[in-house]
Design a protein around this ligand. Structure first.
Ligand code: DGJ
Length: 737
């Protein structure tokens, strides 16, 4: 890992893992992208910029400077001065003019990785990270731009962020500041995005890049079910294991844009940042604005290599919770078990049965507060609904604790129901445009989290509940998106800041929560997985992946999610059948195998499920505990593809030392009259020998990966197998093993 600057060539080189990222200061003091790929020896890379070709540089051909501006691979392209491709910065100055033009001034290289005040960001110790900060200036607009680049030891990733500062004496409006721009010299890539809807989050879509712009984004106030702030550019002949691949992910939970543009010369401009639509930020003299951090990952081992870098980066340098490195408690959540129809007795009955089966935590979901019997009321009234919990929370929690279980609780702190004491007292605390009809969604409005008084008040209620009993876990939910985005507190010239100020307010409250309650396990959730983004991972080590708990649907959701998020972050539960979302029945064992590729738990009425299902729970939990270190800390290799037509999915987790592997195979539909499949495993030591838990045989790693494990057709639809491989010193026959 290193960052250097070659004075003569005016070339920056950032190295880490086995990658190199290079930029140069060009004629005219512009900062241009030179190379991002496999590491190269120290040599002159600047000819990659083709500055000796027409349209030449301004010093050679100033009469055609606009052509130069329109072809140079800017690290941070500006609007209005000749680069007609998608820009990363746009301003509106005091005179109403919008062009800007930032030129290189100076730079600093420091050990470590600074944070971003108020925003989630990666972190690293001085010996593990290095940061380059490049200062640019627009002398006309009297603005400074800081571009930050960090690398982490051993990781093929670049972390980027940008900051604009008003050094003049007049107001300026920032209309856009994207977090990262990356140029690829040719367009032979496919773009992969994660898209969907409620109960269908993060389905993978792969499309060939074409001329013009292709974009996914959110204007919903959250990262959203519909699109994730992620995309990958994979060589057209690349796949899971082969090909150059770039992954981009934004550490942010609000409106975003993620875009690839193929220009007239077929170069690709890939960009990521806060969505500029309906965004304007007023910069008074001396003020600054920081864009959220963007992650760029390079892989030459296709999508799989990219994913493993994301997983390592997030596990080591983004997730802060102490639970990051701890086995998470196996929980049981009452949502699908009872919905709103519960009381203390019902919860205790579930807890009692759960305790006897080895479950470790009861989570009381929606419906315990205000007078909430349905989703029509009480959000904002974070005090106990006595009709359901007689005598309050503490007696229930004490009883659950007495059974040996921890206790978790659900909140939806960003919301307010029209039918709530809070709304009756403070209707102006909701986000709204005075005089305009407010759009309801799930019969609720969104609180104005740009307001300190609102945040303080809500936090006070949360704190009262959390200190009133022995609570170990919080599920923080968010069940609607933003409309009529206006704040009663902001002046007219700051109203368009509200989208972002809202997100900053959410972050501030989460920060307070995890700081004041460091032992709390926080699980994020948004109507299922609408805020599954790296911003949330900074506060909560796990995120509920989807309200769709069907094992077969989950194959797609968890596959897509795993493209950039580790399984240690993926909330996954075994639920009852027929499944409440799709009506499908799957074997209890399969539901367990699928949920184990996540933060394992149950979401069913354990007192009412079939006895043969219940009987499997203790062994499921024992297996999860036996193997969870392989999944939580090891490398993930996707083998099957649930979006394909093969009729199965499969994956393997392998410990970093390659001593253990946990392979899971899920057959979707059974087939008549077929021979077995040969499934080629991945990630094992080709030189090593492995004992297979399924048949006791010993196989070489080479055999398992090249010849493949024989997997017969399983009797019945949706059947699964989980097989553990452990390294042995030598080959053993079945009898010896
Ligand atoms: C949406 C969540 O995703 C569910 O798990 C559940 O908590 C409900 N909200 C409760 O309203």
């Amino acid at each position: 890992m290193n960052i250097t600057y070659d004075e003569k060539l005016r070339l920056f080189r950032l190295t880490a893992g086995d990658m190199l990222y290079a930029m140069a200061v060009t004629d005219g003091e512009y900062l241009a992208h030179v190379y991002y790929g496999k590491a190269l020896p120290d040599e002159d890379l600047t000819e990659l910029l083709r500055l000796d070709e027409p349209p030449f540089t301004p010093s050679v051909n100033n009469r055609d400077k606009a052509c130069y501006m329109d072809t140079l691979p800017f690290e941070c392209p500006c609007f209005g001065t000749g680069d007609y491709r998608e820009h990363a910065v746009e301003i509106l100055d005091d005179a109403g003019m919008s062009a800007c033009d930032f030129r290189y001034v100076s730079h600093s290289i420091t050990p470590g990785k600074p944070g971003l005040p108020g925003l989630p960001a990666t972190f690293g110790r001085e010996q593990d990270a290095m940061t380059l900060c490049i200062l640019c200036r627009d002398t006309h607009a009297r603005l400074e731009l800081e571009l930050r680049y960090s690398v982490f030891r051993g990781l093929n990733a670049i972390l980027r962020s940008a900051l604009v500062r008003n050094t003049g004496d007049k107001n300026c409006r920032l209309r856009r500041l994207l977090s990262a721009t990356l140029t690829l010299d040719e367009d032979g890539y496919d773009m992969l995005t994660l898209n969907g809807s409620w109960a269908r989050e993060r389905h993978v879509e792969r499309c060939r890049l074409h001329m013009g712009k292709q974009r996914v984004d959110s204007l919903r106030g959250e990262s959203s079910h519909q699109h994730n702030p992620f995309f990958a550019l994979l060589e057209q002949n690349g796949d899971e294991d082969r090909g150059i691949c770039y992954g981009l992910n934004l550490i942010y939970s609000g409106n975003f844009m993620a875009q690839a543009e193929v220009d007239q010369h077929r170069t690709v401009r890939a960009q990521l940042g806060i969505n500029p639509t309906d965004f304007t930020w007023l910069l008074e003299p001396g003020e600054e604005f920081a864009a959220p951090e963007a992650v760029l990952v390079w892989s030459e081992q296709g999508l799989g290599g990219m994913s493993r870098t994301f997983h390592d980066l997030y596990r080591q340098h983004l997730i802060r919770s102490k639970y990051r490195d701890m086995p998470r408690p196996v929980l049981i959540n009452n949502w699908e078990a009872t919905y709103f129809d519960f009381d203390a007795e019902k919860l205790l009955a579930i807890a009692k049965e759960a305790a006897s089966l080895g479950i470790e935590m009861l989570v009381m979901d929606d419906g315990w507060f205000g007078h909430r019997d349905s989703d029509n009321s009480s959000l904002g009234d974070w005090y106990v609904y006595e009709k359901k919990l007689k005598g309050g929370l503490k007696p229930l929690v004490d009883k659950v604790r007495g059974l040996g279980l921890k206790f978790g609780i659900w909140f939806e702190p960003e919301m307010i129901s029209p039918d709530s004491d809070l709304y009756r007292a403070h209707p102006d605390w909701a986000i709204r445009i005075p005089g305009r009809e407010m759009t309801l969604c799930r019969e609720q409005y969104v609180l104005d989290y740009s307001r300190q008084d609102v945040r303080d008040y809500v936090y006070g209620m949360l704190r009262d509940i959390l200190t009133s009993a022995d609570i170990s876990y919080v599920k923080w939910d968010m069940n609607r998106q933003l409309t009529e985005v206006g704040s009663g507190m902001l002046p007219a010239d700051r109203q368009r800041e509200l989208w972002h100020r809202y997100v900053l307010g959410v972050y501030e409250l989460m920060e307070r929560l995890v700081t004041e309650f460091p032992d709390l396990l926080l699980e994020n959730c948004s109507g299922g997985g609408a805020r599954f983004d790296p911003g949330m991972l900074y506060y909560s080590p796990q995120i509920w992946a989807s309200d769709d708990t069907d094992a077969v649907e989950r194959l797609k959701i968890q596959y897509g999610t795993s493209l950039c998020y580790p399984v240690s972050a993926m909330g996954a539960h075994v639920s009852d059948c027929p499944n409440h979302t799709v009506g499908r029945s799957t074997p209890f064992q399969t539901r367990g195998h699928v949920a184990m590729a996540g933060t394992f738990g149950y979401e069913l009425d354990v007192t009412r499920i079939p006895a043969e299902d219940r009987a499997q729970i203790p062994e499921q939990i024992a297996n999860y505990k036996r193997y969870s270190h392989i999944m939580q800390e090891g490398d993930q290799f996707r083998i099957g593809n649930p979006f394909g037509t093969e009729g199965f999915d499969a994956w393997i987790f392998v410990t970093k030392d390659k001593r253990e592997g946990l392979f899971t195979y899920v057959q979707t539909l059974s087939r008549p009259n077929v021979r077995s499949r040969r499934i080629r495993l991945k990630g094992l030591d080709p030189e090593g020998w492995y004992r297979c838990s399924d048949n006791g045989k010993t196989y070489s790693g080479a055999y398992l990966m090249q010849a493949g494990l024989r997997m017969p057709n399983l009797w019945g639809d949706f059947q699964s197998r989980q097989i553990y491989f452990e390294k042995t010193e030598q080959y053993k026959t079945e009898e010896e093993a």
